[in-house]
Design a protein around this ligand. Structure first.
Ligand SMILES: Cc1ncc(COP(=O)(O)O)c(C=O)c1O
Length: 422
């Protein structure tokens, strides 16, 4: 069993940090996301400790799970944030107050002028610029606002990392970043703008990467560039090593502390004695295993020799299996004595064949009304959800030391229709 999860059986009942998931489903309904505050905070602490020897800031990647309660908790623990939109900027400020802006880095290939203006007004730490036209627009917006924008170019190091092609970003074939070979001349151009201050270099090679070597390789290439840029006269203080550290989704042993330690050692070895303030953007690693999606079995059905379990959660609630063919362990919330196992497809009610959580999965036999927990759903779960099929998105509960707390109530149809003009 993957013991890195906060979800464990107490007798026959699945719990999150000791709280019965059946009782949460009873109280708050399903589909329901449940997160362990203790695990999120422990993962952030692991990162902070692993890099303690080096000046650093953990800039949690908001896109992984952007719940205000989780952002607030991480901010209180000293984390900053990696944002990719004006909406995420508004979120981190709503969660942690305007002073958090000093710990915010802004990534993304398509920043708009209004988003830049908001980030300039907030006074964020660093813009991770991903193209020359973006650099020119930022220079113009900063000049208009009478501000100097600290920038890092997000360089594309042409490093290959083993992960799903949709979440790999560090090859020159990808849309992300500026070729590392061209970076020096772009920094030179940036320095000519009085409204820009080249202050860092950033790199991010992808997501769900389990091997630490590609991170070290990308950082080494980035640091070589830092040396050149400093020789060119740029005052480069920040190196943003991005996010992407993976977790174990299968039922295999996983030791989070060892994984972070290996990652930190690889990065710090690449850094050597170089004096830089390291920025780290973990997302999935902090929140992925802390969350589960609870769902209730609606119907069981047989089509030919295929058996389906139809549940009340769907691809609009958790799209990872449909989008990335991602594997999530699925377990019964209440274990039955001597339940026989069967091979089933676990599917949702949405009108798409891609609406599945697992295919040909061997599970203990279920009955209508049974609860299932889809594990490791804390990252890219609710944050990637939608209202497709006019479905209300799941509610969210955070299990804290003081007990479970509803952190997002279920939507209503009125709220869904509110922006529409019939
Ligand atoms: C620029 C950037 N930083 C950080 C992350 C977080 O990645 P992860 O959740 O895999 O740590 C992403 C996600 O793709 C990203 O694009």
């Amino acid at each position: 069993m993957n013991s890195a999860r906060p979800f464990t059986y107490s007798g026959t009942n699945l719990t999150c940090d000791g709280v019965s998931l059946s009782s949460l489903a009873e109280e708050f309904g399903t589909p329901l996301y449940v997160y362990s505050a203790a695990q999120i905070s422990a993962r952030a602490a692991l990162f902070q400790q692993a890099f303690a020897a080096h000046a650093h800031t953990i800039c949690y990647a908001v896109k992984a799970n952007s719940s205000l309660a989780i952002l607030k908790m991480l901010a209180a623990q000293g984390c900053g944030f990696d944002i990719v939109s004006g909406g995420e900027l508004a979120r981190v400020i709503a969660a942690a107050g305007p002073e958090v802006a000093g710990r915010v880095v802004f990534s993304g290939v398509g920043k708009t002028a209004p988003e830049m203006d908001a980030a300039l007004a907030a006074g964020i730490l660093l813009f991770n610029v991903e193209s020359e036209p973006e650099l020119e627009l930022l220079a113009a917006r900063a000049q208009l606002a009478g501000k100097k924008a600290r920038i890092a170019l997000r360089v594309n190091p042409d490093v290959s990392a083993e992960t799903h092609p949709y979440i790999s970003t560090g090859l020159s074939a990808h849309k992300f970043g500026i070729s590392i070979k061209l970076a020096r001349q772009v920094y030179a151009r940036a320095a000519q703008h009085a409204s820009l201050e080249p202050a860092g270099v950033s790199v991010h090679i992808g997501s769900q990467i389990r091997q630490v070597e590609p991170f070290a390789e990308a950082l080494a290439k980035t640091l070589a560039l830092v040396t050149e840029l400093r020789a060119d006269g740029h005052n480069i203080r920040y190196v943003d090593a991005g996010g992407g550290l993976g977790i174990e989704y299968a039922d295999k042993p996983f030791d989070a502390a060892t994984q972070v330690a290996q990652y930190a050692t690889a990065l710090q070895t690449a850094l050597g004695t170089m004096q830089v303030h390291l920025l780290l953007e973990p997302g999935r690693f902090l929140v992925g295993q802390a969350g589960a999606l609870l769902t209730r079995v609606l119907y069981r059905k047989q089509n030919g020799d295929k058996r389906f379990v139809i549940v009340d959660a769907a691809m609009n609630d958790l799209i990872r299996p449909a989008l990335y063919q991602a594997h999530h362990e699925i377990v019964p919330v209440v274990l039955r004595d001597n339940a026989a196992t069967e091979e089933v497809d676990i599917v949702g009610p949405v009108c798409e064949s891609g609406d599945f959580f697992a295919r040909a999965r061997t599970l203990p036999q279920t009955e209508d009304g049974d609860l299932l927990a889809i594990l490791d759903a804390g990252a890219y779960g609710l944050s990637l959800s939608s209202n497709y099929n006019t479905r209300l998105r799941p509610a969210e509960v955070l299990v804290e030391s003081t007990g479970p707390r509803l952190i997002r109530r279920r939507e209503t149809y009125e709220e869904l229709f509110a922006p529409e003009i019939p």
